[in-house]
Ligand binder design. Sequence first.
Ligand code: BEZ
Length: 250
Amino acid sequence: MNWNASFYDNSHAFVAKLGEGLLPLLNPQNDENILDLGCGTGDLTEKIAQSGAKVIGIDSSAKMIELAKAKFPNIDFRQLNAIDFELNQQFDAIFSNAVLHWILEKEKVIKQIYSHLINGGRLVAEFGGAENVEILTNALRKTLNEFGFTENSKINFWYFPTIGEYATELEKVGFRVIFAQHYDRPTELKGKDGIKDWLTMFGEKFFVGINKTEKENILNTLQKSLEEKLLINGVWQADYKRIRIIAIKN
Ligand code: BEZ
């Protein structure tokens, strides 16, 4: 994924802000070794560090890591990919916010997480669950179809499992799932073009091969079509549905 790190940092700071709710579930302790998997521009990594834990942040995006290092020069950030990273260390906890739904190869990342935890170590993660942003993406697929982009309308690059599916994957490698929640989290998208901006940041792959003018037409039509369902009192609300999970390595 080729992220626009500063656009993400400025306009989509809500990703880290809303992820702060996951920190009490992590409950980081002084001197624990913690890995922040998919740390983005580092805001939550820094919050974890404030607890006195020794934290490493990894992200596959060079631009995100560059910005994270510039913002928090005292934290150890490294550009590494979740499915094949190798760190010469096992952690007390692995934390991950808003990342696991980007990885279709879920078995690989779960194995990586498991092998980088100490026995008794914990995974604390939040990501998109089944039906996440479904109103938004169903409308997008319909609009792409109406504009004649049938192939684009079928593209899928997110993994939004149910709790049952994800817990099963975790159990297969030896995790014990001690907490799981699948909850609605309507998410405010700022500005009058909230839907268009969100898709420009996160949904670029839907528009492969579509020229700029046509893309703009699609986005305008889509945004208009979503007013009834997602524009609430003049504020765009994306229909996020998240999973929070805590699992222990046995
Ligand atoms: C999410 O955080 O749930 C999410 C963000 C971007 C794209 C898809 C899902």
